[in-house]
Design a protein around this ligand. Structure first.
Ligand code: ADP
Ligand code: MG
Length: 579
């Protein structure tokens, strides 16, 4: 047991329910169980140290749910099994009349090397006072209802907890079976589904059949029937889904009310990593991110996240992670061919790219953060430079050249799985084919059109570059801590510009340092520039006709691209602070 597990009971806590049980394991020790608004207090009554009873408090923030059952939920390895204390009868030995309350808690743990994880613990309380099972289960159910009430009302001082009482709507889980190493279904069954069942959160599962399936699904469905949308996939599926939302005329209503969550099942998982990062110290490493993400979906908080509104000459889209070309973009897309290797594909391809080290002639422009503040103040006085709300026709939508696009997918449907009692009725999915023409809606744009020159307050640099890459997240992937200072809702685009004058040696150590976020130059560096901006324009220059323009790990048309920050527009589910 770590010191995280043991707390002393605070005075004046709101006592809700109290009972005496005895541990199944020893059958001697008495256990007093108190259920308060702060959590579950377990005190051994018979073992005394210095006149004080041993006490363990499981804070309410760690408890995600409970169930009443006839079967003992006690699991020797992971639980604290308890039963109400009284004389044993034959029925008790058989366990026939007993009812059990099984409580599910996820206990934060930290190892010596700063690695952190959440350990699942089942606390099984046995109710056997009455001779009839019906009476015992009634008593267990009083505890269950009280605990549920306390869980739902436990706000943990966060403004918007995901546990809102009186909202019985289901979660919509969108799952890409081809994400990462094609293990998303397995991960869903192993991590997310059990956690949702434990938390008594119902869900509808929609398994995508092909690229853009999820995008078309969220574009046409009544999204108000769901309480939240959960992405079981990678950054590409998240990108698909938010773009589908902005293809709806009622996008504003949706983004104002519907939160989005993610369980990392992809290759890079930059968005998921960045969301979990909020609850950690920078140096900590989450050894089981799928567990922490799943738990966060049941007890986390809802926060606002920035997006980037991106324009190419033919398309408008929204990015939740990064926009760039050059080294990282090339590695990301070109390593698709070895995606079965999982995350290591990025390291292997980086090594290959370091050998060839292509450079790109381009013009990069950006609106630096400080000046943009002045600009936005003057703009609000006379807003005439603003373009009217654009409704772009995304003609090139079907032409996204994702190399993964052609992979034939397994049979999939929008359905509920029989073994869970918390899923709603099934509906067989249609193919959600790409429409011939869709409109892109969204907030007003401040960007100048491609044909007009950039305002004077923009900074432009022309030259040969190894990489031009921007992000709004802290992490580009699980172990790429690209913009350490980035916050979810800081209104900042973090832009990295690396000139081709950089040596291979310097670039190699730069890339290695990115794992720890120590790559940012502390002083002026002739080769590397890391700037904070609110808008950018990248223009590959004429000689360069082909290349990879990467938005959130997906390929978009190669050519000029520009983007601007849309502060705090999306609601996302993040872990609440753990420590
Ligand atoms: P990864 O992080 O491994 O790239 P993503 O979830 O980001 O995983 O998905 C990669 C690509 O797969 C995205 O372009 C997405 O549009 C596409 N996709 C989604 N569903 C399917 C499917 N059923 N079959 C093939 N591709 C799909
Ligand atoms: Mg940010």
């Amino acid at each position: 047991m770590t010191n995280l597990d043991v707390f002393s009971k605070e005075n004046g806590q709101n006592l809700s329910l109290e009972g005496e049980f005895c541990l199944d394991t020893t059958k001697i020790d008495g256990l007093k169980v108190e259920l308060t608004s702060q959590g579950l207090i377990l005190s051994r009554t018979s073992i005394q140290k210095n006149g004080k009873s041993n006490q363990q408090v499981i804070p309410m923030s760690w408890i995600i749910g409970c169930h009443c059952t006839r079967k003992n939920g006690f699991d020797e390895k992971s639980s604290c099994g308890c039963r109400s204390s009284s004389t044993k009868t034959k029925n008790e030995l058989n366990g026939e009349n007993s009812a059990y309350l099984v409580i599910y808690a996820y206990i934060p743990k930290q190892g010596r090397k700063l690695e952190i994880w959440q350990e699942r613990r089942m606390i099984s309380l046995r109710f056997k006072k009455h001779n009839k099972f019906e009476e015992n289960i009634k008593e267990a159910d009083v505890w269950r209802r009280q605990l549920r009430f306390l869980i739902n009302n436990y706000t943990q001082n966060v403004e918007y907890p995901i546990r809102a009482p009186d909202d019985s709507r289901s979660y919509l889980v969108l799952l890409n079976p081809k994400s990462g190493q094609s293990k998303a279904k397995e991960m869903f069954h192993k991590f997310l589904a059990p956690t949702l069942v434990e938390a008594e959160i119902s869900y509808d599962l929609c398994i995508t059949k092909k690229a853009n399936f999820a995008r078309n699904f969220v574009r046409i469905k009544d999204m108000h029937q769901w309480k939240a949308v959960i992405i079981c996939g990678g950054d590409g599926l998240f990108y698909e889904v938010i773009n589908g939302i902005f293809e709806r005329p009622d996008w504003k209503d949706i983004v104002n009310t519907l939160p989005f969550g993610i369980v990392p099942c992809g290759s890079g998982n930059g968005i998921a990593r960045s969301l979990v990062h909020l609850a950690e110290k920078p140096e900590q490493i989450d050894t089981r991110p799928a567990v922490s993400s799943s738990v966060a979906l049941t007890n986390g908080s809802i926060r606002q996240m920035d997006l980037v509104r991106v324009e190419t000459p033919n398309e408008t889209l929204y990015s939740a992670l990064s926009v760039g070309f050059g080294f990282i973009a090339d590695v990301d897309i070109n390593s698709e061919s070895i995606r079965r290797l999982g995350h290591i594909r990025f390291t292997l391809w980086s090594l290959m790219n370091l050998v060839t080290l292509p450079s790109y002639r381009a013009k990069v422009s950006y609106l630096p953060i400080d000046q943009s503040k002045i600009v936005s103040q003057t703009k609000s006085k006379s807003d005439t430079t603003k373009k009217s709300s654009p409704t772009f026709s995304n003609k090139s939508r079907g032409a996204r050249q994702d190399s993964f696009y052609s992979v034939s997918s397994q049979k999939s449907a929008y359905y509920s799985i029989a073994e869970s009692s918390y899923q709603s009725t099934s509906e067989v999915g249609s193919d959600y084919d790409d429409p011939s023409n869709v409109n892109m809606y969204g907030p007003l744009s401040n960007l100048p059109s491609f044909s007009s020159a950039l305002p004077k307050d923009w900074i432009t640099q022309e030259g040969d570059f190894v990489m031009i890459h921007s992000t709004i997240q802290s992490h580009l992937s699980i172990d790429c801590f690209f913009a350490p200072e980035s916050k979810l809702n800081d209104g900042i685009i973090w832009l990295m510009i690396i000139k081709n004058t950089i040596s291979r040696k310097e670039l190699t150590s730069f890339l290695l340092d990115m794992t720890y976020g120590t790559h940012i130059p502390k002083h002026d560096n002739p080769h590397v520039k890391f700037v904070q901006c609110t808008a950018f324009r990248f223009e590959p220059l004429s000689k360069l006709k082909t290349g990879i323009m990467n938005v959130d790990g997906e390929t978009v048309e190669f050519g000029p691209i520009q983007g601007e920050i849309v502060p705090g527009i999306l609601k996302v589910i993040t872990p609440s602070t753990r420590y």
